[in-house]
Design a binder for this molecule. Structure first.
Ligand code: IVH
Length: 669
């Protein structure tokens, strides 16, 4: 039915009024209409949208109540990685940080912006043409999950901006304490278990598959960073504090405790003040974030690995509790490290019940004179595993036995040893079931080969039954398909799913394989750097220690560990097996490098089926081409995937050649 102008206008007005009411209630905390009026307007708008589906716009407040459940969240690549902050726990760290900044800026004047460190979940919001088009989790910092529909339910997040700009806004999603308490009251009413703390509940809520459920819970957000997607616009920004004011004007929720300081002493006083009033805030914070105000200076100072050097998180002192140490158990990790773990009388601390705490190593137990049967003071900071601070000696009733390390591994009974100068004891038996288990678990992990269905229990069972001796055996599991399907408590379907997931994992890129094989000190980021620099496994195997160290961000200790790994016969055998299984041991398109795209500039938009944006960009660059984040007259090609946004319109208006994925593949083949 054609819509009469008056009706369209009515819907537009309702949308505007409702979004404005959201802003006044959730951002300004100054509602100007009552709940009933709000509900009536929402009802009217919903009815209009049902009657005339053309009226349903992506920025309609009706989107906030959630839609269809989705099966999985597509992965998105962050155009700029989402970094994390280095932590400081005492004032010395803060003054050291200031000294470093002073040195790095060589006499330049600088200012600090101090903000609250919200204890929630980091997210990225993308706006194109002023419209909220994509929201994602931080994930591993490089790629995250697309949770747009869940984020749309957060009423303090604007769905449309007053300016038609392309920006990325980052911030923290969290629960107000009162809303978290309500959720737990509801859980209790329904006879369900209570949630441990607001932060984990926020994380869980953002990952709910049904956005209607997310809408039922009142998540909140504070924004702490702004970036223009267009390079030229971004260049016009100069100060972090000003960016926060821009965000405020754009009606984003920005925290009002943010302050600018010129002296580190003032920053310190701010931290102390905030720590004192921490418990009065209606939401949880776990510290203060201190950032260099000037964006130019931030760039100059740069980052190391995943931490910007221009910012620091001053964490508050952790909350403490006293409880009894019932036993000390020894855990064997994937590289054989034996870690003592304290088993405690359960105690409630900072939102959750604690029954285990890390003891780090034997030295620490000796230094703190920790004995089984003692009362110990434990503490927990944020998401850190609880630790034992000290023994409450006054409560040691009688003389307790000293704790000593055994001579043998608690799992495989082989002798353990402690290398010169190291604090850890190791089980040296590479076949130790605990090590095998740990290595396999790491290999199948989400950020490694991402093989679904192989959880702790199942891996354990397969090891016991002799199907898995190391992770290369995962690719032989198909040979035992019939027998596996006969196992008790394993359905045919679950085995089919595991085998399918194993097969799928063979498509994982080289850097994931490098991470998965578990070289000591090689995390996912280092693995990416190695894959990019060495292109294939043979180059890496042949490489000297010096050459490895030449890779930016790789230090001598990491280089040594990588070099040693590839000079061990057993490891080379493992690599050979993985090669035979068909895993990717070279960077895609390595070797095909040419100058085919020299002088050509590509812009990418929308979602591609086969490539992540980052991958497409790498391919273009490996062929000598350039990529840019915005379309201009200089753009030669716009590579448009599905759901391409405003870039597509702009390319059309400028007459830029638009290609789809199939054409792109032809060009690169
Ligand atoms: S700035 C590189 N500002 O803390 C800059 N982060 O480890 C990183 N966080 O992942 C972000 N409040 O989830 C920034 N005011 C604030 C923050 C904040 C909380 C979280 C964020 C980040 C983590 C840093």
């Amino acid at each position: 039915m054609p819509i009469d102008n008056k009706i369209a206008e009515k819907a537009r007005k309702l949308r505007e009024k409702l979004l404005d009411a959201d802003y006044k209630y959730y951002v300004l905390a100054r509602p100007d209409i009552d709940d009933y009026t709000y509900d009536m307007m929402m009802k009217e708008l919903k009815e209009l949208e049902t009657q005339y589906s053309e009226l349903k716009t992506p920025d309609s407040p009706t989107q906030r109540v959630g839609g269809q459940a989705s099966n999985e969240f597509p992965t998105v690549t962050h155009e700029v990685p989402m970094l994390s902050l280095a932590n400081s726990y005492d004032e010395n760290d803060l003054f050291e940080f200031d000294k470093r900044i002073k040195n790095l800026l060589k006499g330049e004047n600088y200012k600090y912006v101090s903000e609250l460190k919200f204890d929630g979940i980091a997210v990225s919001l993308i706006y194109r043409n002023g419209l909220f088009v994509q929201g994602a989790t931080r994930g591993d910092g490089i790629t995250g999950d697309d949770i747009t529909n869940n984020l749309k339910t957060i009423r303090s997040i604007p769905l449309r901006l007053e300016k038609k700009i392309d920006i990325e806004v980052r911030g923290e999603v969290f629960f107000m304490l009162k809303d978290f308490i309500k959720i737990n009251e509801q859980q209790e009413k329904e006879g369900k278990p209570r949630y441990a703390n607001p932060r984990n509940t926020a994380a869980g809520t953002l990952k709910l598959k049904d956005s209607r459920e997310v809408a039922q819970r009142k998540l909140n957000m504070f924004c702490y960073s702004l970036r223009y997607l267009n390079e030229n616009e971004q260049q016009k920004l100069s100060l972090h504090y000003e960016n926060m004011q821009i965000l405020k004007e754009l009606k984003f929720p920005v925290n009002s405790y943010t302050k600018v300081f010129t002296s580190i002493n003032d920053v310190k006083s701010y931290c102390d003040e905030i720590e004192k009033m921490r418990d009065e805030l209606p939401y949880e914070i776990d510290g203060v974030v201190v950032k260099i105000d000037s964006l130019k200076q931030q760039e100059k100072i740069g980052s190391i690995a995943r931490n910007p050097r221009w910012a620091i998180a001053c964490k508050f002192k952790a909350k403490q509790a006293i409880t009894k140490l019932k036993a000390i158990s020894l855990q064997v990790g994937r590289i054989g490290t034996i870690t003592p773990v304290a088993l405690l009388e359960p105690v409630f601390l900072a939102g959750s019940t604690i029954s285990r705490a890390t003891l780090h190593n034997y030295d620490e137990i000796q230094r703190k004179d920790i004995r089984v049967g003692d009362y110990v003071k434990i503490e927990k900071g944020g998401d850190v595993i609880p630790k034992i601070v000290e023994v409450v000696l006054e409560q040691r009733a009688k003389e307790l036995k000293l704790f000593t390390m055994p001579d043998n591994c608690p799992v495989c009974r082989q002798p353990i040893y402690r290398p010169e100068g190291e604090v850890n004891f190791y089980c040296t038996n590479l076949q130790c079931p605990a090590q095998v288990q740990g290595r396999i678990q790491h290999f199948v992990g989400r950020y490694a080969m991402d093989i679904e269905g192989l959880g702790y229990q199942i891996i354990d069972k397969f090891i016991q039954l002799g199907y898995l001796k190391d992770f290369t055996d995962i690719y032989e599991l198909f040979k035992h398909e019939k027998k596996l399907k006969l196992l008790e408590r394993f359905g045919e379907k679950s085995i089919d799913n595991i085998l399918k997931s194993v097969e799928k994992s063979k498509q994982k890129p080289f850097d994931k394989v490098l991470y998965a094989i578990g070289i000591r000190h090689v995390g996912d980021r280092t693995a990416k750097l190695l894959a990019k620099s060495f292109k294939n496994i043979d180059n890496l195997i042949k490489s000297s220690k010096d050459n490895i160290e030449k890779v930016h961000e790789i230090g001598p200790e990491i280089a040594e560990s990588i070099y040693n790994f590839f000079h061990n016969r057993a490891n080379l055998k493992i690599i050979e097996k993985l090669k035979n299984a068909g895993l990717k041991l070279e960077t895609e398109f390595a070797g095909k490098t040419s100058n085919k795209f020299e002088g050509l500039t590509f812009v990418l938009t929308g979602t591609l089926a086969k490539y992540k944006r980052e991958e497409a960009r790498e391919i273009i660059e490996s062929l000598g081409g350039k990529t840019s984040s915005s379309v201009s007259k200089k753009t030669n090609y716009l590579l448009a995937g599905s759901e391409a946004g405003s870039k597509l319109d702009k390319a059309k208006s400028l007459g830029v050649k638009i290609i789809d994925e199939a054409e792109f593949e032809k060009m690169i083949s």
